[in-house]
Design a protein around this ligand. Sequence first.
Ligand code: SF4
Length: 392
Amino acid sequence: MTILPVIPTSPDTPDAVTTRRRPTMPPRHLADLDLEARKAAVTELGLPAFRAKQLSTHYFGRLVRDPEAMTDLPAAARSTLAGDLFPTLLTAQRELTCDDGATRKTLWRLHDNAMVESVLMGYPDRITACVSSQAGCGMACPFCATGQAGLTRNLSVAEIVDQVVYLAGVAASGAVTGSPPRLSRVVFMGMGEPLANYPRVIQAVRRLTAPAPEGLGLSQRHITVSTVGLVPAMRRLIAEELSVTLALSLHAPDDDLRDELVPVNQRWKVAEVLDAAFDYAAQTGRRISIEYALIRDVNDQPWRADLLGRLLHGKLAHVNLIPLNPTPGSKWDASPKPVEREFVRRLREAGVATTVRDTRGREIDGACGQLAASELTAVDAGGSTTRAEVAR
Ligand code: SF4
């Protein structure tokens, strides 16, 4: 693991880390607005409407996030815009790399000192950004570092989009060696349950996929939105007529175990959740991704593989098995490799496409929420029961 220099932060950083402010939504940012609203905003600031397109080209087309670097704008306009349309949303608290520089994880401090994470993963043919949609998460999955800390707040549209624009800039700088320089995929698999922040996540998807200069111009097919199974929101997503990939974090094929591993299952059961996912696949023609964290002696039994195989047989679905990345001191552990191989074999025998996810970023607390959790645990050392529980 390489620890990169910490990116300079504002002068109040030490206090900011230790002093909790009440969670509040951030000020408005250009990325919160569509192009028409940007025109209205610059006009309100006394600038000509064409500046909206110029700003959008800088931000989405050239990945320039600081208005002071937009040197074709008059100096006075730059300072007006910095205050009104480009407030600092994300301040890098730590930035780490591993996997020979192919994985970079950034821990962000938000304006109210909430913490979130983003990860950039380079491959020979693509670069993928994994972004957070909430600070913390209210879904309380017991094996997940984020879930143990609870929900702080939803992220704004711009807080989500700005993670991607920043990471696209890192990719464009060539910092991820052995990968193409253009960020091409985004997965909503960082901190939070994306569909619990539904309107903002959908707006962020539209911003990321709108052609430049309205947005970043990514393909909808290269965006993955995950969910633990909030059925009404899944049905709402069907009606959006987007062609993003839906990833369903199932983790157990039976209600008895899923009620425990994914507590929201007590509200929407496996059959109902899978029905909604299959309807999404039917509507979009997009194969759904069934996420399944393999946990030793918990959900990795051969009979559960067979049951999952029966549930998914003949469906437009793919299983993505995730070797668990346990939090330090956790009672949960990854399944042994022979058990994992048998699980894969049984699913494939049932005719279900199955892959095992590569475990990027393990050395840098790569699973969702682990870096933020370890940072908060360090900050609270000796103080907070809540944060101490994160490491359990
Ligand atoms: S696994 Fe996902 S949904 Fe569950 S608590 Fe963690 S972040 Fe939330």
